[in-house]
Write a protein that binds this ligand. Structure first.
Ligand code: ATP
Length: 344
């Protein structure tokens, strides 16, 4: 059965001069979902968001919101709220006036504006900031106000472009779970752009992965993590290493399918120092550590096995491994790509 989508893009293309920023973009979003548009810098995320917003026109294809093709509907008539990184609060307006702004534009009556602004301030838990100016707020508070301002006119669709980019790591972490809760509470269909895989995995109901203007994969964070469709997705989500001709690796000589290329996640690699008891005493390979990086509770290792660089991890509390050291490597699972489609 065809799903009932609230937002849909069908075969959308967009070029800037001879550069194609969006290539045959198609996806559908159900009402009330929070979708992450995730991809490296320049992969076309913002262009998709701007076309949805009506700030950019598609060259071909359809943009459908609530069952209506909106290709020719101007931005102001699309009923969309924005929280854009560069769409900062108005510096010379108070918090109250900032949140009231869109309502005034829509000519809401004064008493309704007051009630709505107060409701929004309660929702975001910042009632006592109403009379302050943006420069009297922390970065995290400002982003909450920007969110309240976008939601005040009751948009049916909320677009967020790197909404946490400007705040520090700790506040970003708090804002992520806050945003997730707010959006569930309000029930507004939302799309946010990020290049941070952890952010997308933690916050989104579904993720759309973009690469060089096209979509690589669409799915829930779990599905994408468990079953990456392409080597690009495997590397981008979860730091997989790509292995060519994987049957050369111990334990995989007789794997089925015609595939030759595979991805290995760091958590599917066990690394033992020489002399350490082997957790997996069969099918180990010998590797040489080329790089080590401190990652908090873990040490990330880059290990050369045959001619392939593998990213692996050991716990901080394990006996340290140094660059140049020879180690035993056991790969206990990999994803083989058959015609670029993966199976487990
Ligand atoms: P980032 O994370 O860096 O914002 P992105 O994935 O959002 O990247 P886009 O901003 O959509 O990527 O840009 C995709 C490509 O299109 C980039 O190479 C960019 O230079 C190009 N591009 C975007 N807007 C324009 C424009 N108005 N004129 C010319 N090129 C543009």
């Amino acid at each position: 059965m065809e799903k009932n989508y609230y937002v849909e893009l069908k075969g959308v293309n967009k070029s800037f001069g001879s550069f194609q920023a969006s290539k045959d973009i198609s996806f559908g979003i159900e009402k009330g979902k929070l979708i992450g548009l995730l991809g490296p810098s320049g992969s076309g995320k913002t262009t998709i968001l701007r076309m949805l917003a009506g700030l950019e026109t598609a060259d071909s294809g359809d943009i459908i919101i609530d069952g209506k093709v909106v290709n020719d509907v101007p931005a102001s008539k699309r009923g969309i709220g924005f929280v854009f990184q560069n769409y900062a609060l108005f510096r010379y307006l108070t918090v109250y006036e900032n949140i009231a702004f869109g309502l005034k534009v829509q000519k809401w009556p004064k008493d309704k504006i007051r009630a709505r602004v107060e409701e929004m301030l309660r929702l975001i838990g910042l009632e006592d900031t109403a009379k302050r100016y943006p420069n009297q707020l922390s970065g995290g508070q400002r982003q909450r106000i920007a969110f309240a301002r976008a939601l005040a006119p009751q948009p049916q669709l909320l677009l967020l472009d790197e909404p946490f980019a400007a705040v520090d790591a700790k506040v970003r972490q708090e804002l992520r779970s806050w945003l997730r809760e707010m959006i569930s509470a309000v029930g507004v269909t939302s799309i946010f752009v990020t290049h941070d895989q952890d952010e997308a995995i933690e916050v989104a109901d579904e993720i759309i992965i973009t690469n060089q203007g096209h979509i690589e994969q669409i799915g829930t964070p779990k599905d994408i993590y468990r079953q990456p469709d392409t080597p690009f997705v495997a590397q981008f989500i979860g730091q997989s290493s790509i292995v060519e001709d994987f049957r050369r690796f111990a334990g995989f000589a007789h794997a089925g399918s015609n595939a030759t290329r595979a991805a290995v996640r760091p958590e599917y690699i066990s690394v033992s120092k020489q002399g350490e008891p082997l957790r997996f005493p069969v099918n180990t390979e010998t590797g040489v550590v080329e790089r080590t990086a401190f990652r908090g509770s873990e040490i990330e290792l880059t290990i050369r096995v045959k001619d392939t660089l593998l990213t692996a991890k050991r716990l901080l509390d394990d006996t340290p491994v140094s660059v140049g050291e020879t180690v035993r490597v056991f790969i206990y699972r990999l994803y083989a790509f058959d015609n670029e489609k993966a199976y487990v």
